[in-house]
Design a protein around this ligand. Structure first.
Ligand code: GLU
Length: 304
């Protein structure tokens, strides 16, 4: 299989989609990102990197950070995590409040905002500041010391985070948030504002494709069973309210963010990241989703 030729073909084929979709505008700083951009990177477990488009350009990873934050929390607390959040798809938008009220402050899963806020709260018990720990973790995973969070994006979200504050306060009212709401929110928006390239992320995700051990450094991030379990969460909860359709069309564990990035992996083979800022109605990158669908079709890859 010629991966480079496959990526180049995909890049050509998704081009008509780049003028469709909407850039996330509820975070004012993200609304400034030009829509017609596309990047795709694949890192194989033997360290080969294939790329197309602006694959070295950092973008706002947003909710993709939730996957790495929960990995860190899972490392520290294992199954105790599930006392404070569930492992079920929510079936509601990523920032929905309704379900949280019914379910008495216990978020459905760690990959929606409510669950990620609880994960941040858990990490606040071990690290100060949490965002520095998540940044350090990302740097280690992809071997890029220059990774950081974008101060302007973080500030922009902090100034408009009324809904996330509402979620955090509701969770706190049910006794499921230990730290002050504002401490958790500040760490959360900074973690979401981490900027990374498609190449960085395709490398960072490889530990999940490699039974929990980062293949390039040999660092054991998770044991094999935990890595498989997190991948299962990605499949069922990682692409907002469209995880069923994503499993149907793409067939890989993945996590998306409103910055337009999607990370995915092929177990035993490779880490993948796509980026294109125009989002579909489900909040997933329009061209990125299509690129992954074409990739698994052309390469006959799927976990099924
Ligand atoms: N920082 C964003 C928020 O909390 C992340 C959302 C996302 O990427 O899904 O609204």
């Amino acid at each position: 299989m010629d991966l480079q030729a496959t990526l180049d073909r995909i890049s050509r084929e998704v081009r008509p989609l780049l003028s469709e979709g909407q850039v996330a505008a509820y975070i004012p700083e993200l609304a400034k990102v030009p829509r017609e951009q596309f990047a795709m990177a694949v890192t194989t477990l033997d360290g080969q990197v294939y790329r197309t488009g602006c694959a070295d350009q950092p973008f706002s990873i947003q909710s993709i950070s939730k996957l790495f934050a929960v990995t860190r929390a899972f490392q520290l607390h294992g199954d105790d995590l599930w006392k404070r959040m569930g492992r079920e798809p929510s079936g509601t938008p990523f920032n929905s409040l309704v379900q949280l009220e019914y379910e008495r402050g216990k978020p459905r899963n760690p990959l929606i905002n409510a669950g990620a806020l609880v994960v941040t709260d858990i990490l606040c018990g071990s690290f100060d500041p949490v965002e520095a720990e998540v940044v350090a973790f990302m740097r280690r995973l992809c071997g890029n010391e220059s990774i950081s969070y974008d101060v302007d994006v973080a500030q922009s979200e902090l100034a408009t985070a009324a809904r996330n504050r509402a979620l955090a306060n509701l969770i706190k009212s049910f006794g499921n948030l230990d730290h002050p709401t504002e401490t958790v929110i500040r760490a959360y928006v900074r973690q979401c504002a981490i900027a990374m390239s498609a190449v960085d992320l395709s490398r960072a995700i490889c530990f999940l494709a490699h039974r929990g051990t980062q293949p390039f450094t040999g660092e054991v991030i998770l044991d094999g069973s935990s890595a498989r379990r997190l991948s299962a969460l990605m499949l069922t909860c990682g692409t907002y309210d469209a995880a069923g359709d994503f499993a149907y069309r793409v067939g890989l564990p993945a996590k998306s963010g409103v910055g337009g990035g999607i990370v995915a992996h092929v177990p035993g083979e490779m880490g993948i990241c796509v980026w294109s800022p125009g989002l579909s109605e489900s909040g997933n990158s329009l061209a990125g989703w299509r690129a992954l669908e074409l990739f698994t079709t052309y390469t006959s890859r799927s976990i099924f």
